[in-house]
Design a binder for this molecule. Sequence first.
Ligand code: KG4
Ligand code: ZN
Length: 343
Amino acid sequence: MTIILGLESSCDDSAAALVTADRRILAQAVVGQNSAHQPYGGVVPEIAARAHVEILPKLIRDVLTEAELSIRDVDAIAATAGPGLIGGVMVALLAGKGLALAAGKPLIAVNHLEGHALSPRLADPDLGFPYLLLLVSGGHCQLLEVRGVGDYRRLATTIDDAAGEAFDKAAKLLGLGYPGGPAIEALAAEGNSREVPLPRPLVGSAEPHFSFAGLKSAVQRAAACADFRREDIAASFQQAVIDCLVDRTRLALQQTDAPTLVVAGGVAANGEIRSALASLAEANGRQFSVPPAWLCTDNAAMIAWVGAERFGAGLCDPLDAPARARWPLDENAEKVRGAGVKA
Ligand code: KG4
Ligand code: ZN
């Protein structure tokens, strides 16, 4: 059975995993850097890159030890090659290249977004192509028709902030820690989502794009106003994001015959968002699939899984594969410019 070693370091999580082509996760380890970045309210690229250098070699040894394997037993090495913070991206990619060269194994240079996009197929053996994917993470908010491995059609993207970025910024305004998503979700559970009037940017507009910058500004005004409790602001903010995601995804469902709606990326760890999208799929006669929460946030099992899918299709990469700060899944998608996006 094919065994893939996956490596990830494109943002603030260092991760290694061993995954088989028949969907067994032999071992996996993720080490986050939340405490290192917490004082700054966001990820500091230089701190992140240094931390990856320190931790990743140990994680690789740990997963091999846990699975009782040596690098010789691995069939290929899959490393994230972008998009992301370039100093961090280079850590996993160079580690992967070094191992591939030393052990004589093929290298698979993985697009991190493809990791999120295909992660639902690791969790759900019945999930076939095509599916409509809502990819919601710290850096991205996109609707994609996933037609096959490496075959994506982007239907929509954000014209300013990503959904996870909006959670992180709102959390900072409310004095909560980084990352903001889990903190907002916990606080929102104690609040009333109808208490604070907040906008739903782009809801009802003709194309299914997203916008969250105006929502962040509205949270800033609400946080400065003594009338509102923080838990009510958190609940109202979360509901506004849900309303935007549901409205935009409903429109995108009209633009594809794909039988399944899938949600992935760090924001898909949010329980309220998962259940709102499950209801939307049901109301539109579609199946619904979402990976377990640990597979939604950054990890190396999803990178190893892309490795398994690509290795199975004969798609390996040369050892000079570049690290890429930007790397769209749909290279043909038109640039979308909106308020707040510089030309
Ligand atoms: O996919 P991910 O781990 O990293 C990127 O590739 O960006 O996503 C991280 C993002 C962060 O913005 C974080 O606040 C958000 O996912 N997130 C959540 C939750 N857990 C993580 N957002 C909302 N609710 C959550 N429970
Ligand atoms: Zn990610």
